[in-house]
Design a protein around this ligand. Structure first.
Ligand code: SF4
Ligand code: SF4
Length: 288
């Protein structure tokens, strides 16, 4: 089972929930946590373990072979991302915009665009007891998160059987990277804050999940600040509200020190137990 932890915006506590939930659940079962926020992965700040694997990650980009090209312009027409252009007698490829979809290469009538490898980032895997932790990071200057997210998910799928619970710490927002990270999840936990901004971004995230046809529920972080509008919205929309993590100064202090929260704060642990029970129930229901 794959559960993605996402949020409509950054800074809502998504990583706090992901890392604590993964470690807590791994006390009784094997869990894989995957940090898919490849532009700014930070789950690793809270989880230390033994390094199992480190590898460079590559994406495929077309390389123009002028000698066989007839300058028909087909490659420019089929590229949906404006990453290949015919400029005079030249075909220009813009690797930073390329989504590695292979369309130009496959549809070139003279096979003048073979795909070649370009390094885009690095994947690391750590193990601590029953928790495997995988994180990918884009190289500086690389702008396309989607190919690295897709390859990281493929790495996890090939390495771990379906029976193991996988948690995806997704990128924030509602754009392509979060869609790539959540589209194959069985369920999504949306982390939000009880504020007008939190509600606004939650509504966008809910729309995205509905569009993707993925089941979801909500976790409120920093409960106690703001107002009750997020709770009312969830009630109106029939969305499960799984947990309300209290707004406590000690939680922020532990976070800033790079420590897990639940071993130190009973109120946090109680809410984490609710999330863990919800995940366990989901898994049972889905396996029936
Ligand atoms: S599709 Fe192939 S032959 Fe046509 S312009 Fe592009 S590279 Fe050249
Ligand atoms: S591989 Fe796809 S995205 Fe990249 S240049 Fe070719 S058509 Fe465009």
């Amino acid at each position: 089972m794959k559960i993605a932890i996402a949020s409509g915006k950054g800074g809502t506590g998504k990583t706090t929930v992901s890392t604590n939930l993964a470690k807590y659940l791994s006390e009784i079962r094997q869990v894989v946590l995957v940090d898919l926020d490849v532009e700014e992965p930070n789950s690793g700040l809270f989880l230390k373990g033994e390094l199992v694997n480190r590898q460079e990650m590559y994406k495929a980009i077309p390389q123009w072979e002028a000698s066989t090209c007839t300058l028909c312009g087909n490659c420019q027409k089929v590229c949906n991302f404006n990453s290949i252009m015919k400029l005079g007698d030249n075909i220009m490829v813009f690797p930073e915009l390329c989504h590695s979809c292979y369309a130009c290469s496959e549809l070139c009538p003279t096979h003048s665009l073979p795909m070649t490898k370009l390094k885009m980032g690095e994947l690391t895997e750590y193990k601590m007891d029953e928790l495997n932790f995988i994180s990918s990071k884009l190289d500086i200057g690389q702008e396309q998160a989607v190919p690295l997210i897709a390859q990281t998910i493929r790495y996890v799928d090939e390495r771990f059987p379906d029976s193991i619970l996988k948690l995806y710490d997704s990128p924030p927002g509602t754009s392509c990277p979060v869609i790539e990270a959540t589209k194959e999840a069985d369920f999504v936990l949306l982390v939000t804050e009880p504020t007008p901004f939190g509600l606004h971004d939650l509504k966008l995230a809910v729309e995205t999940m509905r569009e993707l046809g993925i089941g979801f529920a909500v976790i409120i972080n920093r409960f106690g600040i703001g107002d009750a509008e997020v709770e009312k919205y969830c009630e109106r929309e029939g969305i499960d509200l799984v947990a309300k993590i209290p707004n406590q100064r000690e939680i922020a202090t532990l976070y800033s020190r790079g420590e897990l929260i639940y071993p130190h704060i009973p109120e946090f642990k109680r809410e984490l137990e609710l999330i863990a029970d919800y995940c366990n129930r989901l898994q049972k229901e889905m396996s029936l």
